[in-house]
Design a protein around this ligand. Structure first.
Ligand code: T1G
Length: 699
């Protein structure tokens, strides 16, 4: 059932019922028009109320239909709203919880609207690289005014119903219900009251003007150009709303429709829609049922009050979960707490956090030097020194102290979670929770699943990730999990590009122009070049055939670890973070090329970007083959939320699909023929080669 029809006295009630958020899929759209026909054919029915069952009035068009012909198949949403516009009896929308996108457009097609307080109202299409495509750009300005409507459409942000209802002169809501519980009674009462009222008020008949149209829309265009240079949709939103003030309603609708169809086929919209689905899919684990019982996490222990431990603690304090931080020395605890306070005070100073909220959070924080004090914690996360011996000591003690059923998590970024679990008698309770620095800011959380990790532990951590506003992605156990394993190949290619003739600044500029937040060399200087140095030393023992450019080691041998040592790939002025191209480093690279007998060549930005990005794609394909990531969208989520991959390109695996896997493999074959590149490096992963040969995508 996708819409229920019931007659209550003289009022017909149509209830959308397409869980989870009453997405307006084809079957639901058909059910609405059938119900409208039924109500109009029944002489006993004098008015109609439309509402939504469950947790939403409607979340809008059904995103599962995107890119499919069902989305456009009649009755499409515009046709449903036209049927409302031409309905012979008054229609009242009873709005609650969530009223978004096509759901709000549907409500705007009704003659009257009653909203429960606390309803989230939005036209979020722009966040999918679209614009409202069922009259939202033409109707919302008519009921809220041009400026309020345009702000909502260009931002895509939700606004509470009571705020919109308080706008002087607004015509969006005819009534705000006293409470969600009284909504239906009040909507039916209004329907009864207007049953004979004629002519029926239609939003499309309202005037739509802006007193200084030219100046305002010029201002709006300038604003949008600045904030959305990589996205075409916001500018089209401005065009459509401007059309509402200048054209007849139907002509404005035609412009909106044309813009909507055009945007639907842009790479940016495909990327944003992929991101929307991938983010939700990431929280689903193939072999962990959605109804897996969860463990109750009422308190958290964090071991280590350093940068990571402090940041991790803040995530839970922010979510109202009490935290006990354990350290080995009081001064380490004091330093850690002082850093947490400093972070919060900075937010209070910027007006991003209220003083009382800050105090509330600090009241949830306690500290200790004794493992004993963690005995009641439901989840304990260690963030101690990245050395297996230290982890062994910590988990051995945790095993002795933690209560049965406590989840024991390691924040390790490189060590073997199975080995860590083996230090306990409860491997089923052990899981990796790999936060990214700064842990209280970065959205990505790699949840590392050990061989023995319990399904309820995984389900609990994935749910908890949502509560602390993290994007959690499950990774299997391997060196570097998903993100760091891929970035190692990316960094190797960056080094080879230097050997062949590129400079650090040229590589960084090329990939930053492609959209990365930061190129590999600026990022190395920020994170510390010694991290990669330690990994290469380990590699030299474990995997001697894995070649690297020697430039990175030479840099570290000069003590140039990056910003923390005042010099890295770039030079830095004291106290500043601006990366200054270094003559010393560029000379070192030139001498290194000579020693290799390589004549430097000019390398195009396109080749730089392809070699860096396809290095990620190929390793991502290996990660899928090895079962370390469950789906390619998970890999995209890791790169979009943890490694600065440009959002509007959808992540490395999605981007490879946009390029075409055939073309990716063709490029890799060209690189393999380059005498100075590592032919073995460009051996396509079997999965990539197979999909490319079959003309398929990763997902
Ligand atoms: N259609 C179908 N399913 C949807 C959906 C939608 N529009 N929105 C969410 N879901 C699913 C989601 O996949 C998840 O499924 C479940 O609902 C809970 O979502 C013509 C073309 C509505 C505020 O962009 O902002 O209308 O994983 O985890 O935190 O102009 O979802 O449980 O199986 O996010 O409570 C415009 C997008 C579409 C709204 C609920 N609408 N959704 O948040 O739960 S374009 C949107 C949201 C459009 C017209 C155009 C949020 C939410 P599962 P959730 P939540």
């Amino acid at each position: 059932m996708t819409a229920e029809y019931k007659v209550d006295g003289a009022i017909a009630v149509i209830t959308l019922n397409n869980p989870p958020v009453n997405g307006l899929g084809l079957a639901t759209r058909r059910a609405i028009v059938d119900a409208l026909d039924k109500a109009q054919a029944d002489a006993a029915v004098k008015a109609i109320v439309i509402t939504g069952a469950g947790k939403a009035f409607s979340g809008g068009a059904d995103i599962n239909e995107f890119g499919k012909e069902e989305a456009m198949r009649e009755p499409n949403l515009n046709s449903v709203i036209n049927a409302l516009d031409n309905c012979s009896k008054p229609t009242v929308a009873a709005i609650h919880s969530v009223c978004m996108g096509g759901g709000l457009e549907l409500a705007l097609g009704c003659n009257y609207r009653v909203a429960a307080p606390g309803t989230l109202v939005a036209l979020p299409e722009v966040k999918l690289g679209l614009l409202p495509g069922a009259g939202g750009t033409q109707r919302l300005p008519r009921v809220l005014g041009v400026e309020t409507a345009l702000n909502m459409i260009v931002s895509g942000d939700s606004v509470k119903s009571e705020m919109l209802g308080a706008i002087p002169g607004q015509k969006l809501f005819d009534k705000l219900a006293a409470s969600p519980d009284s909504l239906m009674d009040e909507a039916k009462a209004l329907a009864q009251q207007v049953a004979e009222a004629r002519p029926l008020p239609r939003v499309r008949d309202l005037p739509c003007k802006h007193p200084e149209g030219d100046a305002y829309f010029q201002f709006a265009r300038n604003m949008v150009k600045g904030m959305a240079k990589n996205y075409p949709a916001p500018a089209r939103c401005v065009d459509a709303v401007e059309a509402a003030t200048r054209k007849k309603f139907d002509d404005g609708m035609a412009l909106e429709r044309e813009a909507f169809v055009e945007l639907m086929w842009t790479a940016e919209s495909r990327a944003l829609r992929h991101l929307f689905m991938a983010e939700r899919a990431a929280s689903k684990i193939a072999d962990v049922p959605g109804d897996t019982p969860l463990r109750d996490i009422k308190s958290v222990g964090v071991i280590g009050a350093g940068t990571m431990g402090g940041g991790i603690s803040m995530n839970f304090l922010n979510a109202g979960v009490p935290v006990t931080i354990l350290e080995t020395k009081q001064e380490a605890l004091d330093r850690g707490v002082a850093t947490i306070k400093k972070n919060y005070e900075a937010q209070v100073k910027k007006g991003k956090l209220k003083q009382e909220k800050y105090e509330e959070r600090m009241a949830l924080l306690s500290t200790t030097l004794a493992y004993e004090d963690l005995k009641n914690a439901d989840l304990i996360i260690e963030a101690v020194f990245e050395e297996i011996g230290v982890k062994e000591a910590v988990f051995t003690q945790l095993d002795a102290v933690a209560k049965p059923g406590a989840i024991l998590a390691s924040n390790t970024s490189t060590l073997d979670v199975d080995k860590i679990a083996s230090f306990t008698k409860r491997p089923q309770d052990v899981v990796g929770m790999h936060f990214f620095s700064p842990a209280n800011v970065m959205k990505l959380l790699e949840v590392v699943r050990g061989k023995a990790t319990g399904k309820d532990v995984l389900a609990t951590v994935m749910k908890l990730a949502k509560k602390i506003k993290k994007t959690a992605v499950v990774s299997g156990v391997c060196d570097g999990f998903i993100g760091n394993r891929m970035i190692e190949q990316y960094s190797r290619q960056a080094g080879f590009l230097l050997d062949e003739g590129a400079t650090p600044q040229q590589v960084d500029k090329a990939i930053e122009k492609f959209g990365f937040a930061m190129g590999p060399f600026r990022m190395g200087d920020l994170a510390g070049n010694d991290i990669g140095w330690a990994i290469r030393k380990r590699r030299a023992v474990e995997q001697p055939d894995m070649k690297y450019s020697a430039t990175a080691d030479k840099l570290c041998e000069l003590g140039r670890f990056g910003q923390k040592t005042g010099a890295g790939w770039y030079d830095y002025q004291a106290g500043k973070r601006d990366a200054i191209p270094s003559d010393l480093v560029n000379k070192m690279i030139e001498e290194h090329r000579k020693a290799l007998g390589i004549t430097p060549r000019k390398i195009s930005d396109e080749e730089i970007v392809q070699r860096l990005v396809f290095a990620l794609v190929n390793e991502g394909a290996h990660i899928l083959e090895d079962g370390i990531a469950g789906k390619s969208g998970d890999i995209d989520m890791v790169y979009l939320t943890g490694y600065g991959f440009p959002i509007w390109r959808g992540g490395p695996m999605h981007y490879a699909g946009e390029v075409g896997l055939f073309n990716v493999v063709q490029a890799m074959q060209r690189f393999a023929r380059n005498p100075n590149d590592d032919a073995k490096f460009w051996q396509p992963a079997p999965l990539l080669a197979k999909l490319a040969a079959e003309g398929k995508q990763f997902s």
